[in-house]
Design a protein around this ligand. Structure first.
Ligand SMILES: NC(=O)c1ccc[n+]([C@@H]2O[C@H](COP(=O)([O-])OP(=O)(O)OC[C@H]3O[C@@H](n4cnc5c(N)ncnc54)[C@H](OP(=O)(O)O)[C@@H]3O)[C@@H](O)[C@H]2O)c1
Length: 282
Protein backbone atom coordinates (compact mmCIF):
# COMPACT_ATOMS: atom_id res chain seq x y z
CA UNK A 1 0.00 0.00 0.00
CA UNK A 2 1.21 3.56 -0.73
CA UNK A 3 1.50 5.41 2.58
CA UNK A 4 2.95 8.67 3.86
CA UNK A 5 6.33 6.90 4.11
CA UNK A 6 6.46 5.54 0.56
CA UNK A 7 9.56 6.65 -1.36
CA UNK A 8 9.14 7.75 -5.00
CA UNK A 9 11.38 6.96 -7.98
CA UNK A 10 10.50 7.10 -11.67
CA UNK A 11 11.37 7.64 -15.29
CA UNK A 12 11.18 10.77 -17.46
CA UNK A 13 10.78 10.85 -21.22
CA UNK A 14 8.83 12.35 -24.09
CA UNK A 15 6.85 10.21 -24.91
CA UNK A 16 6.90 7.87 -21.89
CA UNK A 17 3.64 5.88 -21.87
CA UNK A 18 5.26 2.76 -23.37
CA UNK A 19 8.16 2.54 -20.90
CA UNK A 20 8.80 -0.96 -19.56
CA UNK A 21 10.59 0.38 -16.47
CA UNK A 22 7.61 0.95 -14.10
CA UNK A 23 6.42 -2.68 -14.12
CA UNK A 24 9.98 -4.02 -13.79
CA UNK A 25 10.93 -1.85 -10.80
CA UNK A 26 7.55 -2.12 -9.09
CA UNK A 27 7.61 -5.91 -9.36
CA UNK A 28 11.03 -5.93 -7.66
CA UNK A 29 9.79 -3.58 -4.89
CA UNK A 30 6.90 -5.98 -4.32
CA UNK A 31 9.16 -9.03 -4.23
CA UNK A 32 11.55 -7.35 -1.78
CA UNK A 33 8.69 -5.84 0.26
CA UNK A 34 10.22 -2.37 -0.13
CA UNK A 35 8.14 0.75 0.50
CA UNK A 36 8.84 2.40 -2.86
CA UNK A 37 6.77 3.27 -5.94
CA UNK A 38 8.10 3.78 -9.49
CA UNK A 39 6.12 6.09 -11.79
CA UNK A 40 6.43 7.45 -15.33
CA UNK A 41 6.59 11.24 -15.80
CA UNK A 42 5.93 12.82 -19.16
CA UNK A 43 8.36 15.76 -19.25
CA UNK A 44 8.70 18.22 -22.13
CA UNK A 45 12.24 19.23 -23.17
CA UNK A 46 11.74 22.86 -22.10
CA UNK A 47 10.95 21.75 -18.52
CA UNK A 48 14.10 19.76 -17.74
CA UNK A 49 15.73 22.39 -15.52
CA UNK A 50 12.55 22.88 -13.49
CA UNK A 51 12.17 19.11 -13.24
CA UNK A 52 15.50 18.60 -11.45
CA UNK A 53 14.67 21.30 -8.90
CA UNK A 54 11.16 19.83 -8.43
CA UNK A 55 12.57 16.36 -7.72
CA UNK A 56 14.77 17.81 -5.00
CA UNK A 57 11.79 19.70 -3.54
CA UNK A 58 9.58 16.60 -3.59
CA UNK A 59 12.37 14.35 -2.22
CA UNK A 60 12.16 11.99 -5.17
CA UNK A 61 14.93 9.42 -4.68
CA UNK A 62 15.88 8.66 -8.28
CA UNK A 63 14.98 8.91 -11.94
CA UNK A 64 15.64 6.99 -15.08
CA UNK A 65 16.03 9.20 -18.13
CA UNK A 66 15.02 8.23 -21.63
CA UNK A 67 14.68 9.79 -25.08
CA UNK A 68 15.01 12.77 -25.67
CA UNK A 69 16.49 13.90 -22.32
CA UNK A 70 19.61 11.74 -21.86
CA UNK A 71 22.03 14.49 -22.92
CA UNK A 72 20.04 17.67 -22.27
CA UNK A 73 19.66 16.85 -18.57
CA UNK A 74 23.42 16.93 -17.91
CA UNK A 75 23.92 20.71 -17.41
CA UNK A 76 21.34 20.68 -14.60
CA UNK A 77 22.97 17.92 -12.53
CA UNK A 78 25.31 18.63 -9.60
CA UNK A 79 27.62 15.66 -10.26
CA UNK A 80 28.23 13.14 -12.99
CA UNK A 81 29.84 9.73 -12.87
CA UNK A 82 33.06 9.61 -15.01
CA UNK A 83 31.75 6.97 -17.46
CA UNK A 84 28.49 8.87 -18.03
CA UNK A 85 30.55 12.01 -18.58
CA UNK A 86 32.65 10.31 -21.28
CA UNK A 87 29.55 8.85 -22.95
CA UNK A 88 27.88 12.26 -22.79
CA UNK A 89 24.54 10.77 -21.75
CA UNK A 90 22.78 9.97 -18.48
CA UNK A 91 20.03 7.37 -18.04
CA UNK A 92 19.95 7.34 -14.23
CA UNK A 93 19.85 10.17 -11.67
CA UNK A 94 20.33 9.62 -7.96
CA UNK A 95 19.02 12.30 -5.59
CA UNK A 96 20.84 12.11 -2.27
CA UNK A 97 21.35 14.82 0.36
CA UNK A 98 20.19 17.47 -2.10
CA UNK A 99 22.70 16.39 -4.77
CA UNK A 100 21.55 15.18 -8.21
CA UNK A 101 24.16 12.77 -9.62
CA UNK A 102 24.00 11.30 -13.13
CA UNK A 103 25.03 7.78 -14.21
CA UNK A 104 24.79 5.74 -17.39
CA UNK A 105 23.86 2.07 -16.87
CA UNK A 106 23.11 1.21 -20.54
CA UNK A 107 26.68 0.16 -21.31
CA UNK A 108 27.16 -1.98 -18.24
CA UNK A 109 23.72 -3.51 -18.84
CA UNK A 110 24.78 -4.66 -22.31
CA UNK A 111 28.19 -5.86 -21.16
CA UNK A 112 26.72 -7.95 -18.32
CA UNK A 113 24.39 -9.58 -20.82
CA UNK A 114 27.33 -10.62 -23.02
CA UNK A 115 29.39 -11.76 -20.03
CA UNK A 116 26.68 -14.34 -19.32
CA UNK A 117 27.98 -16.12 -22.42
CA UNK A 118 31.65 -15.23 -22.80
CA UNK A 119 34.57 -13.26 -21.43
CA UNK A 120 35.49 -10.02 -23.19
CA UNK A 121 39.27 -10.06 -22.72
CA UNK A 122 41.10 -10.24 -26.06
CA UNK A 123 37.90 -10.25 -28.12
CA UNK A 124 37.38 -8.44 -31.43
CA UNK A 125 34.03 -6.68 -31.44
CA UNK A 126 31.92 -5.24 -34.27
CA UNK A 127 29.29 -2.70 -33.23
CA UNK A 128 26.68 -1.73 -35.80
CA UNK A 129 25.48 1.84 -35.27
CA UNK A 130 27.04 4.94 -33.71
CA UNK A 131 24.15 6.52 -31.79
CA UNK A 132 23.36 6.67 -28.08
CA UNK A 133 23.29 2.92 -27.39
CA UNK A 134 26.50 2.39 -29.38
CA UNK A 135 28.28 5.14 -27.43
CA UNK A 136 27.27 3.69 -24.06
CA UNK A 137 28.34 0.18 -25.06
CA UNK A 138 31.59 1.28 -26.77
CA UNK A 139 32.86 3.35 -23.84
CA UNK A 140 32.10 0.51 -21.43
CA UNK A 141 33.58 -2.22 -23.65
CA UNK A 142 36.96 -0.59 -24.09
CA UNK A 143 37.55 -0.85 -20.34
CA UNK A 144 37.11 -4.62 -20.52
CA UNK A 145 40.45 -5.45 -22.19
CA UNK A 146 38.95 -6.23 -25.58
CA UNK A 147 41.46 -6.50 -28.44
CA UNK A 148 39.72 -4.33 -31.01
CA UNK A 149 36.51 -2.48 -31.77
CA UNK A 150 35.06 -1.76 -35.21
CA UNK A 151 32.17 0.65 -35.63
CA UNK A 152 30.00 -0.05 -38.68
CA UNK A 153 27.67 2.81 -39.50
CA UNK A 154 25.62 4.43 -42.26
CA UNK A 155 26.98 7.92 -41.57
CA UNK A 156 30.78 7.98 -41.63
CA UNK A 157 30.76 11.32 -39.85
CA UNK A 158 28.78 10.06 -36.85
CA UNK A 159 30.99 6.97 -36.50
CA UNK A 160 34.22 8.96 -36.83
CA UNK A 161 33.02 11.46 -34.21
CA UNK A 162 32.47 8.57 -31.81
CA UNK A 163 35.87 7.05 -32.64
CA UNK A 164 37.67 10.39 -32.19
CA UNK A 165 35.85 10.89 -28.91
CA UNK A 166 36.95 7.48 -27.64
CA UNK A 167 40.56 7.99 -28.76
CA UNK A 168 40.66 11.43 -27.15
CA UNK A 169 39.16 10.43 -23.80
CA UNK A 170 40.46 6.89 -23.35
CA UNK A 171 43.76 5.14 -23.88
CA UNK A 172 42.41 2.89 -26.67
CA UNK A 173 43.70 3.01 -30.24
CA UNK A 174 42.43 -0.31 -31.68
CA UNK A 175 39.22 1.23 -32.95
CA UNK A 176 38.20 1.75 -36.56
CA UNK A 177 35.31 2.56 -38.88
CA UNK A 178 33.72 0.53 -41.66
CA UNK A 179 30.77 1.42 -43.86
CA UNK A 180 27.76 -0.62 -42.73
CA UNK A 181 27.41 -1.94 -46.31
CA UNK A 182 30.93 -3.47 -46.22
CA UNK A 183 30.85 -4.76 -42.66
CA UNK A 184 30.06 -8.36 -43.54
CA UNK A 185 33.60 -8.57 -45.07
CA UNK A 186 34.99 -8.36 -41.52
CA UNK A 187 32.81 -10.99 -39.91
CA UNK A 188 35.53 -13.69 -40.09
CA UNK A 189 37.82 -11.44 -38.01
CA UNK A 190 35.43 -10.67 -35.15
CA UNK A 191 34.11 -12.68 -32.20
CA UNK A 192 31.18 -10.54 -31.06
CA UNK A 193 28.66 -8.58 -33.17
CA UNK A 194 26.31 -6.05 -31.54
CA UNK A 195 23.49 -4.34 -33.42
CA UNK A 196 22.60 -0.96 -31.91
CA UNK A 197 20.55 0.36 -34.84
CA UNK A 198 16.73 0.23 -34.80
CA UNK A 199 16.78 -1.93 -37.96
CA UNK A 200 14.44 -4.87 -37.33
CA UNK A 201 12.43 -3.20 -34.58
CA UNK A 202 8.63 -3.62 -34.43
CA UNK A 203 6.56 -2.59 -36.40
CA UNK A 204 9.23 -2.53 -39.16
CA UNK A 205 10.53 -5.96 -38.17
CA UNK A 206 10.14 -7.71 -41.53
CA UNK A 207 13.19 -6.15 -43.17
CA UNK A 208 16.68 -7.14 -44.28
CA UNK A 209 19.10 -7.43 -41.32
CA UNK A 210 21.49 -4.47 -40.82
CA UNK A 211 24.41 -6.58 -42.15
CA UNK A 212 24.67 -9.63 -44.40
CA UNK A 213 24.66 -12.72 -42.19
CA UNK A 214 26.04 -15.45 -44.48
CA UNK A 215 29.49 -15.43 -42.83
CA UNK A 216 28.13 -15.56 -39.29
CA UNK A 217 28.77 -19.00 -37.76
CA UNK A 218 28.93 -20.96 -34.52
CA UNK A 219 32.03 -19.09 -33.29
CA UNK A 220 30.12 -15.80 -33.11
CA UNK A 221 28.13 -14.18 -30.34
CA UNK A 222 25.50 -11.89 -31.84
CA UNK A 223 23.60 -9.42 -29.70
CA UNK A 224 20.75 -7.13 -30.71
CA UNK A 225 19.75 -4.26 -28.40
CA UNK A 226 16.20 -4.45 -29.79
CA UNK A 227 13.77 -6.30 -27.49
CA UNK A 228 10.62 -6.09 -29.63
CA UNK A 229 10.46 -8.52 -31.38
CA UNK A 230 12.36 -10.86 -29.06
CA UNK A 231 14.08 -12.39 -32.08
CA UNK A 232 14.96 -9.84 -34.73
CA UNK A 233 15.72 -10.84 -38.30
CA UNK A 234 19.46 -10.49 -37.48
CA UNK A 235 19.21 -12.82 -34.49
CA UNK A 236 17.09 -15.33 -36.39
CA UNK A 237 19.57 -15.60 -39.27
CA UNK A 238 22.53 -15.71 -36.85
CA UNK A 239 20.88 -18.48 -34.83
CA UNK A 240 20.16 -20.50 -37.96
CA UNK A 241 23.88 -20.20 -38.83
CA UNK A 242 24.78 -21.64 -35.42
CA UNK A 243 25.75 -18.44 -33.57
CA UNK A 244 24.95 -17.76 -29.92
CA UNK A 245 22.34 -14.99 -29.87
CA UNK A 246 21.33 -12.49 -27.19
CA UNK A 247 18.26 -10.27 -27.50
CA UNK A 248 17.75 -6.79 -26.03
CA UNK A 249 15.73 -7.89 -23.02
CA UNK A 250 18.81 -8.80 -20.97
CA UNK A 251 20.38 -5.37 -21.60
CA UNK A 252 17.10 -3.69 -20.62
CA UNK A 253 16.86 -5.79 -17.46
CA UNK A 254 20.52 -5.40 -16.49
CA UNK A 255 20.56 -1.62 -16.98
CA UNK A 256 17.42 -1.44 -14.83
CA UNK A 257 18.96 -3.61 -12.10
CA UNK A 258 21.98 -1.29 -11.98
CA UNK A 259 19.67 1.76 -11.68
CA UNK A 260 17.63 0.02 -8.96
CA UNK A 261 20.79 -0.42 -6.90
CA UNK A 262 21.80 3.23 -7.43
CA UNK A 263 18.34 4.38 -6.28
CA UNK A 264 17.91 2.11 -3.27
CA UNK A 265 21.30 0.64 -2.32
CA UNK A 266 19.65 -2.82 -2.67
CA UNK A 267 19.96 -5.51 -5.34
CA UNK A 268 16.81 -6.69 -7.12
CA UNK A 269 16.55 -10.14 -8.69
CA UNK A 270 16.89 -10.60 -12.46
CA UNK A 271 13.79 -12.80 -12.29
CA UNK A 272 11.59 -10.06 -10.80
CA UNK A 273 12.46 -7.69 -13.67
CA UNK A 274 12.21 -10.41 -16.33
CA UNK A 275 8.80 -11.62 -15.18
CA UNK A 276 7.34 -8.09 -15.37
CA UNK A 277 8.96 -7.33 -18.73
CA UNK A 278 7.74 -10.56 -20.34
CA UNK A 279 4.23 -9.84 -19.12
CA UNK A 280 4.38 -6.45 -20.88
CA UNK A 281 5.85 -7.88 -24.09
CA UNK A 282 3.22 -10.65 -24.38
N1 LIG B 1 17.74 -2.94 -24.84
C1 LIG B 1 17.98 -1.78 -24.26
O1 LIG B 1 18.10 -1.67 -23.04
C2 LIG B 1 18.16 -0.55 -25.12
C3 LIG B 1 18.75 0.60 -24.56
C4 LIG B 1 18.92 1.73 -25.38
C5 LIG B 1 18.51 1.68 -26.71
N2 LIG B 1 17.93 0.55 -27.20
C6 LIG B 1 17.51 0.47 -28.61
O2 LIG B 1 18.63 0.81 -29.40
C7 LIG B 1 18.21 1.32 -30.65
C8 LIG B 1 19.02 2.58 -30.98
O3 LIG B 1 18.83 3.55 -30.00
P1 LIG B 1 19.79 4.83 -29.93
O4 LIG B 1 19.33 5.63 -28.77
O5 LIG B 1 21.22 4.42 -30.03
O6 LIG B 1 19.36 5.58 -31.29
P2 LIG B 1 20.16 6.73 -32.05
O7 LIG B 1 21.00 7.53 -31.11
O8 LIG B 1 19.14 7.44 -32.87
O9 LIG B 1 21.16 5.95 -33.05
C9 LIG B 1 20.66 5.14 -34.07
C10 LIG B 1 21.80 4.52 -34.88
O10 LIG B 1 21.21 3.64 -35.83
C11 LIG B 1 21.56 4.03 -37.16
N3 LIG B 1 20.41 3.88 -38.03
C12 LIG B 1 19.14 4.30 -37.79
N4 LIG B 1 18.34 3.94 -38.82
C13 LIG B 1 19.13 3.35 -39.74
C14 LIG B 1 18.89 2.78 -41.02
N5 LIG B 1 17.68 2.75 -41.56
N6 LIG B 1 19.94 2.23 -41.69
C15 LIG B 1 21.18 2.24 -41.15
N7 LIG B 1 21.47 2.76 -39.93
C16 LIG B 1 20.45 3.29 -39.24
C17 LIG B 1 21.99 5.48 -37.06
O11 LIG B 1 22.92 5.71 -38.11
P3 LIG B 1 23.39 7.18 -38.57
O12 LIG B 1 24.48 7.58 -37.63
O13 LIG B 1 23.87 6.96 -39.95
O14 LIG B 1 22.17 8.06 -38.48
C18 LIG B 1 22.65 5.51 -35.67
O15 LIG B 1 23.96 5.03 -35.73
C19 LIG B 1 16.71 1.54 -30.52
O16 LIG B 1 16.08 0.47 -31.17
C20 LIG B 1 16.47 1.48 -29.02
O17 LIG B 1 15.17 1.05 -28.70
C21 LIG B 1 17.76 -0.58 -26.44
Amino acid sequence: MITGKTKVVGVIGHPIEHSMSPPMHNNAFKELNMDYVYVAFHVLPENIEKLIESCKTLDIKGLNVTIPHKTSVIPFLDEIDPTAKKIGAVNTIQFKNGIAKGFNTDGIGAIKSIQEYTTLEGKNVLIIGAGGASKAISFTLINKNINSLIIANRSKENACNLIENIKMQCDFEEISYIDIKDSSDLIDDVDIIINTTPIGMYPKHEVEPPIKTDKINEKHIVMDVIYNPLETVLLKEARLNGATTINGTSMLINQGLESFEIFTGCKASYKSFEEALMEQLK
